[in-house]
Design a protein around this ligand. Structure first.
Ligand SMILES: Nc1ncnc2c1ncn2[C@@H]1O[C@H](COP(=O)(O)OP(=O)(O)O)[C@@H](O)[C@H]1O
Ligand SMILES: Cc1cn([C@H]2C[C@H](O)[C@@H](COP(=O)(O)OP(=O)(O)O)O2)c(=O)[nH]c1=O
Length: 202
């Protein structure tokens, strides 16, 4: 049985990534793949408890980074790795790039510390494809304000999101073999067309 593929969705809050996740899952299912959709922080019973804390409690920056990776360890062990080994495809709404972008870029935690945690939690393992949904900050903010009650991260100021977006784009340049940057300012139809082309080539 061939191993499945691991696809991650990334972007600043309000970029539109969650909106397009079901579309990509359906595209893959219609081509005969078994697909699991999951998310971070979360994706396991313990991970979802950690998510509650991470999204609503104030904590030291390093505690936040450590808990993100603790939840990720659970997620890899109990969901991602077993599914890929069974030949299933896994789509995750965020993964380690989010920790580099938010805790590293946004909150300025030393990237060397994050690389050490990454090397500990998933040495040699990376997504096969990372879709980075990119929009200007004002567009993301307007979409967020119109759509939901904001959590701890979503209430951050513009300079936090500017730094988060910059770090995402820097990583996309650093790892061009797995990143695809999606212009998420277009209509749903525009974004779907771009996603369709990318998925057709994977
Ligand atoms: N291309 C788009 N055009 C207009 N509105 C969009 C677009 N993509 C997403 N939205 C809207 O923006 C809001 C935030 O999208 P969401 O997918 O939840 O963002 P994210 O998961 O990136 O935080 C939702 O109300 C969604 O309907
Ligand atoms: C996975 C991850 C998420 N986050 C943040 C980004 C988001 O603001 C928040 C939750 O992500 P997300 O599920 O995208 O939130 P929503 O469904 O409300 O759009 O967690 C980090 O700061 N670091 C991480 O490593």
């Amino acid at each position: 049985m061939a191993r499945g593929k691991f696809i991650t969705f990334e972007g600043i809050d309000g970029a539109g990534k969650s909106t397009h996740l079901a579309y990509v899952a359906d595209l893959l299912r219609s081509s005969g793949k078994t697909v699991i959709v999951t998310r971070e922080p979360g994706g396991t019973p313990l991970g979802e408890k950690l998510r509650e804390l991470l999204l609503h409690e104030k904590m030291h920056l390093e505690t936040e980074a450590l808990l993100m990776f603790a939840a990720r360890r659970e997620h890899l062990a109990h969901v991602i790795e077993p599914a890929l080994a069974r030949g299933e495809w896994v789509i995750s709404d965020r993964f380690t790039d989010a920790t580099f972008a938010y805790q590293g870029g946004g909150r300025k935690l030393d990237l060397i510390k994050l690389s050490a945690l990454e090397e500990w939690v998933h040495p040699g393992f990376q997504p096969d494809l990372t879709l980075l949904f990119d929009v200007p900050l004002e567009v993301a903010r307007a979409r967020l304000d119109a759509s939901r009650e904001l959590d701890k991260f979503e209430r951050e100021k513009a300079d936090f999101f500017a730094a988060t977006r910059t770090e995402y784009l820097r990583r996309a340049e650093q790892f061009p073999e797995r990143f695809r940057v999606i212009d998420s300012t277009g209509t749903f139809a525009d974004v779907h067309a771009e996603l369709g082309q990318i998925i057709a080539c994977i």
